[in-house]
Design a protein around this ligand. Structure first.
Ligand code: COI
Length: 356
């Protein structure tokens, strides 16, 4: 495989952001993107100028949502190297999403070697402050232009990069979550485990409802009983009850297998905490908040990292968790995760892949 790099003229380079403080999430993009086409096989990747795509208006991805994506981050380590966090997990999930959406498996070299080369070229865009990073968005689209509801035969794979700050404007501070007991995100047999655009599109309406109620994200209950807690809009969710850490199990296929989720479970067990992957009912959670045995709650995701949850709004009531403070277990896991990702502490699990 050869990676072709299209040189950019000086005038084509964008001005860099002025300050890392107000980057927001996913709002600005670097100068270059990586592109590869598929038709009976993947073409050698090209690193070219970041620019709009030209798509047939009848493209299957636009008409019927045959599209998948990943979310990763590149961190600038204290030693100046580029750190990726468990990137093989993202490729693995990208392939699982592709299989569910009848899309071809990405070539590992295109994904890994292409990403590494793109990051080397765009290194100056990586913010250095803790909490900021270069968010990586690998994407695949079915691009055949026809209106029959059939899988595309041609695909476009690309990677774009966005210098980003904290996912939530407040940073590492408790957020408020709205529990949806009517709308659902995913049912068994559906696409819940895949990172496909439609899962997120379907969440927008309830997201608006949550915003109106003063909440930051939606907590989804299971589709069948509307009883068991599954995940939050852009995150998996954890609860700490009587010093045991709980998160929803993955077996139903309705929950995204978060890389951060898996890493936190591993780290928490290694730190000596008991972790139960168990379906918890919303009634139990509310009761445990009321009787104060539920002491902490946090969301986890690549974009969000760890987001402490300070309150749940369920039906008409707001239930505040632990005085809207950051609990000790959330803080310990956050410090360890961030420490590993930014190279502030040693990486006992060999999770970091360094690019020089
Ligand atoms: C991520 O955490 O990387 C995600 O993909 C969530 C999101 C849709 C922003």
């Amino acid at each position: 495989m050869e990676i072709k790099v299209v040189p950019l003229a000086k005038e084509e380079l964008k001005p860099k952001y002025e300050s890392e403080e107000n980057l927001g999430f996913g709002q600005i993009f670097t100068d270059r993107m990586l592109v590869s086409h598929y038709h009976e096989g993947w073409s050698d990747p090209i690193i070219q100028k970041y620019e709009p795509l030209v798509l047939d208006p009848a493209a299957i991805c636009l008409q019927y949502g045959q599209s998948i994506f990943e979310g990763q981050k590149a961190y600038l380590s204290r030693s100046g190297s580029i750190n990726l966090f468990r990137p093989n997990k993202n490729v693995e999930r990208f392939k699982a999403s592709a299989a569910r959406m009848v899309m071809p498996s990405i070539d590992d070299n295109i994904y890994f070697e292409g990403l590494k080369e793109l990051l080397r070229l765009e290194k100056d865009w990586i913010p250095s402050s803790i909490g900021s990073s270069l968010y990586i968005r690998p994407t695949m689209l079915g691009i055949d232009g026809r209106l029959g509801v059939q899988p595309s035969k041609k695909f476009l794979f690309y990677i774009i990069l966005s210098p980003s700050g904290s996912f939530f404007p407040e940073g590492f501070k408790p957020v408020k979550i709205y529990v949806s007991d009517f709308w659902i995100r995913a049912a068994p047999g559906g696409t819940g485990f895949a990172k496909t655009g439609g899962n997120y599109g379907a969440s927008l309406l309830v997201g608006e409802e949550a915003t109106k109620k003063g909440c930051d994200q939606v907590l989804w209950l299971d589709a069948i009983h509307k009883k068991y807690v599954e995940e939050v809009g852009a995150m998996n969710i954890f609860f700490i009850i009587d010093d045991v850490i709980y998160t929803a199990p993955l077996q139903s296929g309705t929950i995204l297998a978060g890389v951060t989720r898996e890493s936190l479970i591993y780290m928490a067990k290694d730190l000596g905490y008991k972790v139960n992957e168990e379906a918890l009912s919303i009634e139990r959670i509310i009761n445990c908040i009321k009787n104060k045995t539920l002491t902490e709650c946090f969301g986890s995701g690549t974009a969000a990292s760890i987001a402490p949850v300070g309150a749940l709004t369920y039906k008409t009531e707001e239930y505040v968790i632990d005085n809207f403070e950051i609990g000790p277990i959330s803080q310990t896991l956050y410090d360890k995760l961030i420490g590993i990702q930014y190279g502030l502490i040693s990486d006992p699990y060999n999770w970091i892949v360094t690019i020089n």
